[in-house]
Design a protein around this ligand. Structure first.
Ligand SMILES: *Cc1c(COP(=O)(O)O)cnc(C)c1O
Length: 233
């Protein structure tokens, strides 16, 4: 797979087409699924190539590299999504530099994000990360804990509960990939009854975006298929 900057617009167009195809296949309005281009480990110049091709939502996992890129690209009115684990010592920068935080899984982190959100910015959009396959050593709440955390988050003034996020364990084929996403959809619909501000299901990556869209993903987070393979971390 090539990773050079001239290939980025072509790869981005191909991913957009995959999303359009899935929307059509599963009876969704064209353009209803939002693409988050995951640019972790990639240079600002490659992000700029995507911006020039019309992309505005970007996902980053590591603050140390994300903040300088966000500052460098500040004039491009991008929306930045923090999609990494949030430890307590990272909340201040997430609150200051990002529009979305996808991986909130504890009240303590939510409290800090709300308290540290700068006054001049709108409320930070947050998703609750769900450990949908009940994996050991994986971040995210178990599905039975999601409602309590949603109740807590919705009390906080400077963050806004937007939805749920998950990274299921890799499924071997479409049907296997679909199952955890279907559980996410059910949980999402259940929580929405008491939390109508929830409008976002953040799920689906390069390898499983079609299965995620089949089960109602409203945001897909795609890195490799747009920007090329990443160095092993
Ligand atoms: C890296 C990452 C992605 C993108 O994964 P690809 O397989 O490269 O598309 C999506 N979501 C999260 C949380 C990630 O860390």
């Amino acid at each position: 797979m090539t990773t050079d900057h001239t290939n980025t617009p072509i790869a981005l167009a191909a991913v957009r087409q995959r999303i359009l195809d899935a929307e059509a296949e599963f009876g969704l309005p064209a353009g209803s699924v939002r693409l988050i281009a995951v640019s972790k480990t990639k240079p600002a110049s490659q992000i700029l190539a995507a911006i020039d091709a019309g992309q505005r939502d970007f996902g980053e996992n590591y603050l140390d590299e994300a903040v300088p890129k966000i500052e460098e690209l500040a004039e491009n009115s991008c929306r930045w999504h923090f999609i990494g684990n949030i430890q307590s010592n990272k909340t201040r920068h997430v609150a200051a530099f990002f529009d979305w935080a996808h991986c909130v899984d504890r009240e303590k982190i939510a409290l800090r994000l709300s308290r540290q959100r700068p006054d001049h910015l709108r409320a930070l959009n947050v998703c609750i990360q769900v450990n949908i396959d009940n994996e050991v050593n994986k971040s995210g709440v178990f599905d039975a804990e999601a409602l309590a955390l949603a109740d807590q988050i919705s009390q906080l003034p400077n963050i806004r509960l937007r939805g749920l996020m998950a990274i299921p364990s890799p499924g071997s084929d479409f049907e296997a990939q679909r199952k955890p996403f279907a559980r996410m959809r059910r949980l999402f619909e259940q929580l929405r009854k008491t939390h109508p501000s929830m409008d976002t299901l953040s799920m689906g990556m390069s390898a499983d975006l079609r299965a995620a869209i089949a089960e109602g993903a409203t945001m897909v987070r795609i890195g490799t298929a747009i920007f090329g393979a990443r160095p092993a971390k």
